[in-house]
Write a protein that binds this ligand. Structure first.
Ligand code: NMX
Ligand code: MLT
Length: 436
């Protein structure tokens, strides 16, 4: 299923800009409080939706074929998704901005460095590119709410030691649900025009706590359970890396970029669609995000980043690090002939190389040009598309986001591939909860 936004845009232009407000004494001040920015925007957005329905309600969005119904509603424009738009040829745009534009325009933690996801969160929620101060204010907001209650750590500790990190993430988020503001306000009879406020509160509370939860899962599962305190000087993504035990400056930058580019991919992918669907029952953000994460845990979706590494390690175990093009071709054919997919390649919507892949390849070229695994992934780019084309059935033979992310993590020492999808999930919270 894909977004109806393109057609809806033809009916009516996007909402108004919100940059400045007139404060006390008539002084124009920039809003740096995310909730205040939302409060100024939401009534207009609610009105826009009402008008859209009135003006365009009967307009048809397109026809639907039997093949599309069988194929999981692919290509049917049937969903309103404001935060991002996916073009099959160009790739994702977040509120109108491509990945290279985000790299250029979003605030960074250091001069000329990688974008910080807090800036993206502001952009996704308000539709406006944030200033440095606005992004910093989000960092502070998330820091203030980052404390995870003890009972959540207890839930994690009591799980079976073999519990997959993605299952642990879901359990921890469900354990947080006891504090849902939306669930409490709904019980108290909140007016529906005000739903957005407790949804916003829950979303921010959850996003703020996810790095600590993810790091606890990592430390419990792979590092003997010794947890690391957050560093109050660090931003949200850098703190995730720090609490996992990785303080290398390059790793902090990698985590900022990683957390920015995985955030949103329109509404038709499994994690976004599941979050949206469950949220439409007025299940609170903790419940709906968990639904998204159980979907992200599937090997054809987010778990593919773990599968890519597993698969590359199989190649290396068989032929060593100096794999030739011919050996790689044989390995790809053997994978296909054994009835498996080549992980990290193909996409339900994209028909070109994923710009998130290109962005990560650029990071690798700048920061780890001689790393053997980077070279192996570059070799895959040379070999796999041609073979997938030869099968005659794969609609997109090009690499997706998952083909490259594991290499970056491995380089900085995060070698436990079963954990990778948790990092994807932390980032995905920014997109799917903003849409909520
Ligand atoms: N390797 C082998 N076969 C493939 C691949 C691949 N990478 N991609 C597609 N196919 C097959 C697919 O299984 C289907 O075969 P069949 O008719 O026998 O069922 C045929 O090609 C047509 O599929 P498409 O229409 O091209 O792709 P579809 O939209 O069904 O699926 C994916 C999209 C992403 C599920 C698919 O390309 C895939 O399984 N890729 C590998 C797993 C992966 O990398 N997933 C991550 C996606 C991105 N993410 O982060 O979520
Ligand atoms: C995603 O980021 O969600 C994946 O690329 C899958 C998709 O968009 O269908």
């Amino acid at each position: 299923m894909r977004s109806a936004k393109r057609l809806l845009q033809q009916c009516r232009p996007l909402g108004t800009q919100l940059e400045e407000v007139v404060g006390l004494g008539g002084v124009r001040t920039m809003i740096t409080d995310l909730k205040a920015a939302m409060a100024a925007k939401i009534p207009k957005e609610q009105e826009r939706l009402r008008e859209l329905r009135k003006e365009c309600g009967p307009k048809a969005l397109g026809a639907c074929t039997v093949e599309q119904a069988i194929g999981g509603m692919r290509g049917i424009p049937a969903m309103l998704w404001e935060t991002s738009l996916l073009d099959p040829e160009e790739g994702i745009r977040f509120r109108g901005h491509t990945i290279p534009e985000l790299e250029e325009k979003l605030p960074s933690a250091k001069e000329g460095g990688e974008p910080i996801p807090e800036g993206l969160l502001w952009l996704l929620m308000t539709g406006e590119m944030p200033t440095v101060d606005q992004a910093k204010a989000v960092t502070e907001l998330l820091r203030e709410r980052s404390k995870v209650p003890d009972h959540v750590f207890k839930v994690l500790r009591d799980l079976h030691p073999n519990t997959h990190p993605m299952t642990q993430l879901c359990q921890a988020v469900l354990a947080l649900q006891v504090d849902s503001k939306f669930a409490a306000d709904y019980r108290a009879g909140i007016h529906k025009s005000k739903y957005w406020e407790p949804v916003f509160e829950d979303s921010i509370n959850l996003i703020a706590k996810l790095p600590t939860i993810a790091a606890a899962i990592y430390r419990n599962t792979y590092k003997g359970g010794e947890l690391i305190e957050a560093d109050p000087k660090l931003d949200w993504a850098a703190n995730l890396s720090h609490m996992m035990g990785y303080d290398d400056e390059g790793c902090l930058e990698m985590m900022r970029l990683y957390q920015t580019i995985h955030a949103d991919h329109e509404g038709g992918n499994v994690s976004a669609h599941a979050t949206h669907l469950v949220g439409s029952a007025l299940s609170d953000p903790y419940l709906s995000f968990t639904a998204g994460m159980t979907g992200l845990a599937g090997p054809l979706h987010g778990l593919a980043n773990q599968e890519v590494l597993r698969w590359l390690n199989e190649v290396r175990a068989e032929v060593g690090d100096n794999v030739t093009k011919e050996q790689m071709k044989e390995f790809v054919w053997a994978t296909l002939k054994s009835g498996k997919v080549v992980p990290g390649f193909g996409h339900a919507v994209l028909r070109k190389t994923d710009p998130r892949y290109t962005c990560q390849a650029g990071f690798a070229a700048r920061n780890m040009p001689d790393y053997p695994l980077y070279k192996l992934v570059a070799l895959l780019y040379d070999v796999v598309p041609d073979i997938l084309i030869q099968t005659g059935k794969v609609k997109n033979p090009w690499p997706n986001v998952d083909a490259h992310s594991g290499v970056l993590l491995q380089y900085y020492g995060i070698t436990e591939e079963n954990f990778y999808t948790v990092l994807f999930g932390v980032s995905r919270a920014l997109g799917v909860l903003s849409q909520g």
